[in-house]
Design a binder for this molecule. Structure first.
Ligand SMILES: Nc1ncnc2c1ncn2[C@@H]1O[C@H](COP(=O)(O)OP(=O)(O)OP(=O)(O)O)[C@@H](O)[C@H]1O
Length: 259
């Protein structure tokens, strides 16, 4: 794991500096990120919020090394992603980053246990068995280990995906709308699980969400509007997040980008 403390200063598990991302060219050019600098502190659960089209997914993809910036830098720990060739970037993603997506992306033919350890098995590694064992308890799946995904509810499947994301002891887990396919009760369970895993294991989670209730599970919310970082909120509540989002309501002259 990357250092969390250096001479008393909390080091970011991930960060972007002066991040610019331009999609398309000419008339179709969109500046999805327009000079964003933001750090995601180690050992914390951070939510990224903002209106549709504000650049949340682009920020997450660039911070996680799934996409490259047009200019500026993205770091995982002290590693500048732009200095890595494709092979090293793939290796870094595999060894230091976990992902949870809206779609659970489990392999139907594999059991829960096999799905959880799949990334480790594919890498030909043994993994930290004690860590994985504790993880199975954290996600509450011990009695489902030999089931197939089709035998599980959506919430249980996403809990498998969360366990899989953490299985390789990553520095950061990026979650993109992890509750988007779940009903509110199952969604709450997954969010509580993410928060619990961060607190129990001192890992870092960065989550993109549209939902103020989901964001309230985070330690901090960062707000994007029109490709800019416009605010940060510590210890959010759903009400305060909602109030902050209302300021982005699309109206003539507002900064929000609508789809
Ligand atoms: N591959 C792409 N090609 C062209 N434009 C893109 C591409 N990806 C994103 N964009 C544009 O960049 C802007 C930011 O998109 P992004 O998906 O990052 O926003 P978002 O805040 O995640 O939106 P949403 O909440 O709707 O998912 C939008 O205007 C979008 O249309």
């Amino acid at each position: 794991m990357t250092t969390t403390i250096r001479t008393g200063v909390v080091v970011a598990a991930a960060r972007v500096v002066d991040a610019v991302k331009v999609h398309g060219t000419g008339d179709t050019e969109v500046r999805a990120l327009d000079g964003v600098s933001v750090d995601f502190p180690a050992g914390r659960f951070t939510a990224i919020m903002g209106p549709s089209g504000s650049g949340k997914s682009t920020l997450m993809h660039c911070a996680a090394g799934l996409d490259t910036l047009t200019s500026g830098s993205a770091f995982i720990g002290d590693t500048d992603l732009s200095t890595l060739d494709d092979r090293r970037l793939t290796l870094l993603r595999r060894q230091r980053i976990g992902f949870v997506f809206q779609a659970f992306n489990l392999i139907p033919a594999l059991t829960v246990a096999e799905n959880i350890t799949l990334p480790i098995d594919l890498a030909g590694e043994r993994g930290d068995r004690e860590w994985i064992d504790a993880l199975i308890d954290t996600v509450g799946l011990r009695d489902r280990l030999h089931h197939r995904p089709s035998e599980l509810s959506g919430g249980q499947q996403q809990r498998v995906a969360v366990a899989r994301a953490f299985a390789g002891t990553p520095d950061v887990v990026f979650a993109d709308e992890p509750t988007g396919n779940l009903d509110s009760r199952a969604g709450q369970e997954v969010l509580r699980l993410l928060g619990r895993t961060v607190r129990r294991t001192s890992r870092t989670v960065v989550m993109v969400t549209h939902d103020p209730v989901a964001a309230a599970h985070a330690d901090e919310v960062v707000f994007l509007a029109d490709g800019h970082l416009v605010d940060r909120m510590q210890d959010p509540t759903a009400e305060r997040v909602l109030d902050r989002l209302k300021a982005f309501d699309p109206s003539p002259g507002a900064t929000a980008v609508t789809p």
